[in-house]
Design a protein around this ligand. Structure first.
Ligand code: JFZ
Length: 312
């Protein structure tokens, strides 16, 4: 344990945010034959939406109601100490104006060209004393080079991560998608993981990085990431964080109002912290960028119960 990870070890409770162009589908795709297919951040893939159609929909994405202060206030109301938002999910769409391609919220949307939601969130989080981190998917469904020319893809990925680290100074990076077998000749291997981790620590030696940057071994990154489960005991003294949905999806789905109850959420928070883990509880803002009222309500319940609301 090092002083570098001290804030994270003490935090115990964070907010995960799955937000992207997929949020604009609101969890439902109507096929040309009229049948309906449902999923959230995976909708492109699970519902086999043709790329051209998926891109057209992204061009209408306009999260004009995204309010960074409201998001941070919701986190505060729950007693959450850090926020991890999807900067790029598997569909490859960047939520900041990346210079590596045009598949991003600035260049491929109907959103205000002067706004940058990651910058807005960073500013609001800093003002509230909340740490900000970025989820970043190694797997990319949009960039043809993910399969065609992996070296070229990796170069763009490094460039995007440099944009994120230099431009927004995140406290943490949360990798995912290292497990894909989409490219059988170029699976993410331990050399890839080691090289990427070393590169990032060269950019900012204080970064906290999850172990999905590599092969999820105890020695990879700073902490393990069991998903939708709370392990009975920590693995080999490794720091860990359990991420969970607050309903049944990560991304927004308008029909999903199956909010976990206050007692369930509080039990999960207690179970993780009593085993020295962190609890990363997810919300999925809707296509306009609004935090669903049901999610905000459950977050406040946790804060009211634990008495930490507004204490920072
Ligand atoms: C991944 C994503 O595919 C998903 O959309 C979401 O972002 C989630 C937080 O992470 O899903 C996973 C990742 C790892 C496993 C399962 C689902 N796993 O190791 O079993």
């Amino acid at each position: 344990t090092s002083s570098r990870t001290a804030w994270w070890r003490d935090a115990r409770f964070g907010m995960f945010i799955h937000f992207g162009d997929y949020s604009n589908w609101e969890g439902e795709y109507t096929r040309p034959d009229g049948t309906v297919c449902r999923d959230a951040e995976w909708i492109k893939r699970s519902c086999t939406i043709p790329m051209a159609e998926y891109e057209q929909k992204a061009a209408t994405f306009n999260p004009r109601n995204f309010d960074a202060n409201a998001v941070v206030a919701a986190a505060k109301s729950a007693g959450q100490k850090y926020i991890v938002i999807t900067s790029k999910h598997h569909d490859g769409y960047a939520m900041w104006p990346t210079r590596q391609n045009a598949w991003n919220l600035r260049d491929h949307s109907s959103f205000d060209k002067n706004r940058d939601i990651l910058a807005e969130l960073k500013k609001a989080a800093d003002a509230a004393g909340i740490k900000l981190g970025f989820y970043y998917s190694i797997w990319d469904w949009h960039d043809p080079d993910f399969v065609a020319d992996f070296a070229a893809y990796k170069q763009r990925m490094y460039a995007q991560l440099k944009e994120l680290v230099d431009g927004y100074h995140p406290a943490l990076l949360w990798f995912d998608g290292e497990w894909t077998t989409d490219n059988p000749t170029n699976n993410w291997n331990s050399q890839d993981g080691e090289a990427l981790e070393a590169y990032l620590r060269g950019l900012d030696r204080n970064l906290i990085i999850n172990n999905r940057v590599n092969k999820r071994r105890v020695s990879d990154g700073d902490y393990g990431t069991p998903e939708q489960e709370i392990p009975a005991a920590p693995v080999d003294g490794q720091l860990w964080e359990s991420c969970m949905t607050i309903n049944d999806h990560w991304g927004f789905a308008r029909y999903d109002t199956n909010w976990k109850s206050g007692p369930t959420l509080i039990r999960n928070l207690l179970a993780t912290s009593s085993r020295s883990g962190n609890y990363l509880l997810n919300i999925g803002p809707d296509g306009l960028g609004r935090v669903p009222a049901g999610a905000a309500q459950q977050l406040k319940l946790i804060g009211d119960w634990s008495g930490t609301a507004g204490q920072g």
